[in-house]
Design a protein around this ligand. Structure first.
Ligand code: 48H
Length: 251
């Protein structure tokens, strides 16, 4: 029966994909702009990267633009990156304007084209730790968290883990709750200050655990910036560079 053949093809292919991602160079948590940029940059350097996204649709806050007006704004210095992705943009008042659906699609396409595996509907509910170092992520199906199901997770090993979970900084929060590190709270809107803040504070917050994107503001007490995304891009690029240097990957 053809229907069953289709089922078998899906199961075999998916389990092969999951199995091959049980040991990673980098596990990125959250498929928002910062996590996707980081994963793309890391994969470009030949690293084995998977992104775990608890929602069905990867892309995080990109799709909604500003208040569901599906356009986003980026700083002029992101122009080369947009060109590299092949993204169309217009320029006005010293800023670049991009259709948010086009931007999310391009990032997803380019990252996956470079070999990044995106697991949508998979939530990171904990980290693995050995000798005081984060060495992997503990994953479960996204709906188990939403529905509060009592289902044990499985573990994925990774040399480095990136928290790109946006406002909640949900991976760093797991360690903060246990008193393993201290985190602050996000501050009110101020795009001028927030954009450089995010990039400056992007980095390792605990051995093996790095933070990128909006999560940086939550962890380090920075302001939010609304629908301007240059800081997200530059933060993703920076965290990828730091991890590549750590893993001694040649440019
Ligand atoms: C798996 C998870 C988990 C988990 C969350 O919010 P995002 O788009 O994140 P960033 O930081 O790349 O981009 C932020 C940007 O979209 C934004 O909101 C801005 C600039 N706001 C400014 C402002 O003033 O509001 O994406 C994070 C993703 C989401 O898709 C979540 O579903 C996912 O992470 N996620 N995935 N396991 N535990 N927690």
């Amino acid at each position: 029966m053809r229907d069953v053949t289709i089922s078998k093809l899906i199961l075999d292919s998916f389990y092969g994909k999951l199995r091959s991602c049980l040991e990673l160079d980098v596990a990125v948590v959250g498929a928002g702009p910062s996590g996707l940029v980081a994963s793309y940059e890391l994969a470009k350097k030949g690293l084995k990267v998977a992104v775990f996204e608890e929602r069905n649709v990867p892309g995080g806050g990109i799709w909604g633009g500003g208040m569901m007006f599906n356009e986003i704004v980026l700083e002029k210095e992101i122009e080369d990156f947009l060109r590299e992705l092949g993204v169309r943009y217009s320029e006005r008042d010293g800023h670049l304007i991009v259709d948010s659906v086009h931007f999310a699609s391009a990032l997803l396409y380019r990252a996956t084209e470079k070999g990044v595996v995106v697991f949508n509907n998979v939530s990171v509910e904990d980290v693995a730790m050995r000798d005081g170092r984060v060495c992997g992520v503990v994953v479960n199906w996204g709906p188990t968290k939403r529905l509060g199901l009592h289902v044990d997770p499985i573990t994925v090993k990774a040399e480095c883990v990136v928290d790109g979970t946006g406002h909640p900084a949900s991976v760093v929060t797991l360690l903060a709750k246990r008193g393993l590190l201290q985190m602050k709270t996000e501050f009110p809107m101020n795009a001028e200050e927030a954009e450089p803040f995010v990039v400056e504070h992007t980095g390792e917050v605990f051995p093996g655990l790095f933070v990128t994107g909006m999560a940086v503001c939550a962890v380090h007490g920075g302001p939010r910036m609304g629908p301007i995304f240059g800081g997200m891009v530059l933060s993703g690029v920076k965290v990828a560079r730091m991890i590549s240097e750590r893993l001694k990957v040649k440019a």
